[in-house]
Write a protein that binds this ligand. Sequence first.
Ligand SMILES: C[S@@+](CC[C@H](N)C(=O)[O-])C[C@H]1O[C@@H](n2cnc3c(N)ncnc32)[C@H](O)[C@@H]1O
Length: 257
Amino acid sequence: TEYAHTAEFYDFITPYRERQDVSFFVEMARQTGGPALEVGSGTGRVLIPTARAGIEITGLDLSPSMLAVCRKNLAQEPEDVQARAQLVSGDMRNFNLERRFNLATLPFRPFQHLVTAADQLACLKTIHRHLNPGGKLILDLFNPSVQFLADESKLQEFGDEAEFTMPDGRKVLRRARIAARDYFRQVQDSELIYYITHPDGRQERLVHRFQMRYLFRYEAEHLLVRAGFEVENLYADYDKSPFGSKYPGELIFVAKR
Ligand SMILES: C[S@@+](CC[C@H](N)C(=O)[O-])C[C@H]1O[C@@H](n2cnc3c(N)ncnc32)[C@H](O)[C@@H]1O
């Protein structure tokens, strides 16, 4: 899961830039009034708009390179926005910030980097301890598509994203592959493959390989309840369309401590 060599590309990836989830998370943060905790906050894609909206937010991430990109992004913001955002290096399975929040979020599926039930429970219990009574958790997962899981063509490189250009002139094309599937552990090994052309013509190929566990609806619900949460809402999308209204859709839980 270490994003070491590819963190610098994250904010340039078209499907990440175009994700329609930011206003959903900002609106939830507004409703709770903050302070908010984003677990797996990455480059600040959601954290920074939340701080801009006037909400105090702490971002926790394990990757030094993602934290570094986020720090750089934050440094471009006005002082009041910077003052509302705090970054912490930590592991979502076990951290202690010695304070409590009214909202905890895991936008864009960081939770699925945890591949054992023990790690998943440790994470949810740790978050539970960091919420005020009545505080909310938004657990953002993808809803596994049975067609995708069975699609053998995904074992070969695929992707139709356009090439993008970095500020230093490197051209980058990203493709993907499912490198391995374990139907018993519900884990897929994903590869994000970056083809880089340097301004001097040199070619480079970087592979970011990581594991993701898929969770079905009831498994996630049972985990939340075991960790002490009460499920309030379940959405198929960030426009709050109800789970079941489209397939596969997302698996977005709003739960309460
Ligand atoms: C797909 S990114 C999501 C980033 C951000 N929330 C967003 O919506 O753009 C997943 C993030 O989870 C972080 N992560 C993975 N495992 C982690 C762990 N055990 N503890 C904390 N962060 C972790 C990664 O470093 C990465 O920044």
